[in-house]
Design a binder for this molecule. Structure first.
Ligand code: GDP
Length: 444
């Protein structure tokens, strides 16, 4: 779907990559082309503006990592921001609720809603071993309920028996009842489509939502319709409240704008991609893989990542040398905190150790360490250069100023200074031991 966008961006970056040094004007010129490429791909204008501005800010403030070219650095920045806009992490459907878990499918007519309902049901049956009941609430389009029944038979998924003349609310009620009585894990409700946003049908969906209180409300949107799909997403989200989006016809030659704008405009994650008419043509949406596909520059991205890792190692070696000399100041502590945060904080580091997944999960759920590290970094950056070099001069009034400047308390500042003091003392001890030769004997 992203072919033409990929080609356009490829041209821009190829030119950028060939240059040795980049001026701000080079970056601006390249970003102007990125902007045109995104607009041509039918990405919503506010999204394009934010994108270009964010990349520019990052690119200009960023130190270029040695051993990569500035052009490569810019590509990496664009890539990372693309991943961010697309939603960072893949978000799976959630079924963590009391069964039968209600799932509401909404969207325009012809978006692929019925097909997608059957695709999701099949995936839940095969991959997650769930018992799924499908029900069509579409009493407006002739044969819509039959269509779902046929798809259900193809996929080996049960569908709610059709009762002629029944209203959507009554169908939903009956589906949930059957789900409860017959032990279904998930009940998927395929609502009536509409040709455009239509208040009467919206009210119908809202009434069903109020009745079943869906655990997932998924908008099915046709990627080929570009910005229209985004407008529809916004309207449904405001009126009904969505938990996720499924983009269909991603196998076609859509220009990609919908995928890029959807998350930014609705704030809701794209969870799945429809990749064809067959019932197994459904994929989880992985922002990093999509960004990689759009840019088509995976080699450059991993090159920059590797180079950045090397620099981190060099910095660590420098720090170790300083520690050995016994002068570990607050700038060094700040560098260490930054490093820690880059590695994903304590939880990230712990996660690298086997068997510690549970603690890691608790830590990251509480999001404790990242917050603390950020606060400590803020405290240090509110100090003057002289204070960072020589913490001894930090009297009461300086500490109060730093606390106010970093939005923390004097206790927080004191705690940080104590931590630094402890580390410096420990390092001196280690150093003394080293002098006595213990370290060299291999005991440390
Ligand atoms: P509904 O009106 O929203 O329920 O849409 P349907 O499920 O009836 O789909 C309309 C048409 O789109 C059907 O011919 C489907 O086979 C086709 N379709 C659905 N999803 C995809 C997809 O991801 N890729 C392609 N190429 N076709 C799709």
């Amino acid at each position: 779907m992203f072919d033409s966008l990929t080609t356009r961006l490829g041209d821009v970056f190829d030119r950028l990559r060939k240059r040795g040094a980049l001026s701000e004007a080079d970056v601006t010129a390249a970003l102007r082309e990125v902007r045109v490429a995104l607009l041509e791909a039918d990405v919503a204008l506010p999204v394009v503006k934010d994108f270009v501005n964010a990349v520019k800010d990052k690119a200009i403030g960023q130190d270029v990592v040695r051993s990569v070219s500035p052009g490569q650095m810019v590509i990496k920045i664009v890539h990372d921001h693309l991943v961010e806009v697309l939603g960072s992490d893949a978000v799976e459907l959630s079924f963590a609720s009391v069964p039968p878990v209600p799932v509401l499918m909404v969207g325009l007519q012809g978006s692929g809603k019925t097909t997608t309902s059957a695709k999701i049901a099949l995936r839940l049956k095969n991959r997650d071993k769930k018992k799924v009941l499908l029900a069509s609430l579409d009493v407006h389009r002739p044969a819509a309920q039959e269509q779902l029944a046929i798809l259900g038979r193809q996929a080996g998924i049960d569908t709610l028996p059709i009762v002629a003349g029944e209203k959507p609310i009554a169908i939903a009620e009956r589906a949930m009842k059957m789900g409860r009585l017959e032990g279904y894990d998930v009940v998927m409700l395929d609502t009536a489509g509409r040709l455009h946003i239509d208040e009467a049908l919206m009210m119908e969906v809202a009434a069903v939502r109020d009745l079943v209180k869906p655990h997932e409300t998924l908008l099915v949107a046709d990627a080929m319709t570009g910005q229209d799909a985004v407008t529809v997403g916004k309207a449904f989200n405001e009126r009904i409240g969505l938990t996720g989006i499924v983009l269909t016809r991603v196998d076609g030659d859509a220009r990609g704008g919908a995928a890029l704008s959807m998350r930014a405009v609705t704030g809701k994650p794209i969870k799945l991609l429809g990749m064809g008419e067959k019932l197994d043509a459904l994929e989880t949406f992985h922002p990093d893989r999509i960004a990689g596909r759009i840019l088509g520059m995976g080699d450059v991205v991993s090159l920059v990542e590797k180079a950045a890792e090397t620099i981190d190692q060099e910095e660590a070696a420098k720090l170790a040398a300083k520690m050995e000399k016994g002068n570990f100041d607050l700038d060094d502590l700040a560098a260490q905190l930054k490093q820690l945060r880059k590695m994903g904080g304590m939880s990230g580091m712990l996660g690298m150790l086997p068997g510690i997944g549970k603690i890691k999960k608790q830590l990251s759920e509480a999001n404790i360490d990242d917050r603390i590290i950020k606060r400590q970094e803020a405290i240090i950056s509110s100090m003057t250069k002289a204070e960072r070099k020589n913490p001894k001069i930090l009297n009461g009034s300086r500490r109060r100023r730093i606390a106010a400047g970093s939005g923390t308390s004097v206790q927080d500042v004191n705690k940080l200074l104590k931590q630094h003091q402890d580390m410096a003392t420990m390092m001196k001890k280690v150093q003394k031991l080293g002098k006595k030769g213990i370290m060299r004997q291999g005991l440390a």
